[in-house]
Design a protein around this ligand. Structure first.
Ligand code: IPE
Ligand code: IPE
Ligand code: MG
Length: 234
């Protein structure tokens, strides 16, 4: 029997665990923070590639709720890097019709970063191109915990999957179709636990600062060869 040839759609939502900055730096004999700085280049490449591929949502795991365990200097460097970048590149993202969003526990972040996040969200609010979502101080368990608290506070008594979904940070964002993790680690590290229930996973040994457009396209190619069943029969 001939295999059915359906035109495959690119994933509407790609989420990336951008891992391996420290190891990349280590290999070059540089301090870890140099890896984060270099990782920014890969982030720009991924944003451009997502736009070119017509991806509607790109979620980037930028700082996990557990990354506070790192040395204070590294944590501070990361927040400063995010703030600087968002401040400097906000206008260009806006010109490119990109809508910038954030998920994660904001309260605990430095004030300047929170202000910059708010400004860029406001600036790009009405944009209709790529939805670019930064997960900052994000943890899937924390997100579900926060959702349960919100539901309790609202007085809702009837718990359904839909009620929970609507109380996640990602209430208005479709679930990811493809989750990419770089650096060879094969774990979820508390990323999009609820949303990723039926995501396709793509793992690559490439360290994040070395990630290229070709790597991005390879991940999409692998996605096209998957058969998503969502529990059904093929
Ligand atoms: C990912 O790279 C960036 C963040 C987690 C903020 P890492 O800093 O985790 O790099 P490795 O895993 O130590 O190589
Ligand atoms: C996950 O990477 C978090 C981000 C990429 C922001 P980690 O490097 O923190 O994950 P683990 O500690 O190896 O699981
Ligand atoms: Mg890591």
């Amino acid at each position: 029997m001939k295999e059915k040839t359906e035109p495959k759609q690119n994933p509407a939502h790609i989420a990336i665990i951008m891992d391996g900055n420290g190891r990349w730096a280590n290999k070059q004999g540089l301090p870890r923070i140099a890896g984060h700085q270099e990782g920014l280049k890969a982030t720009r490449i991924a944003v451009q590639a997502a736009k070119d591929c017509g991806v509607k949502y790109l979620t980037l795991y930028s700082f996990s709720a557990e990354n506070w365990k790192r040395p204070e200097e590294e944590v501070n460097f990361l927040f400063r890097l995010m703030e600087d970048t968002l401040r400097k590149e906000g206008e260009e993202l806006h010109q490119n019709n990109v809508k910038v969003l954030f998920i994660g526990r904001r309260d605990e972040l430095p004030q300047e970063l929170k202000d910059t996040m708010k400004n860029i969200e406001k600036l790009t609010y009405d944009n209709t191109g790529l939805n670019l979502i930064f997960a900052i101080n994000y943890g899937g368990r924390q997100e579900i915990t926060d959702a349960v608290q919100k539901i309790m506070d609202s007085g809702e008594k009837n718990i359904t999957e839909d009620v929970i979904r609507k109380n996640l940070y990602t209430a208005d964002i479709p679930f990811p179709d493809l989750i990419i993790r770089t650096s060879g680690e094969k774990r979820i590290s508390n990323f999009l636990l609820w949303q990723g229930a039926y995501a396709e996973f793509y793992f690559t040994p490439v360290l994040w600062p070395a990630f290229t457009e070709a790597d991005f396209l390879k991940a999409i190619g692998a996605y096209h060869r998957r058969h998503r069943r969502f529990g059904g029969a093929s």
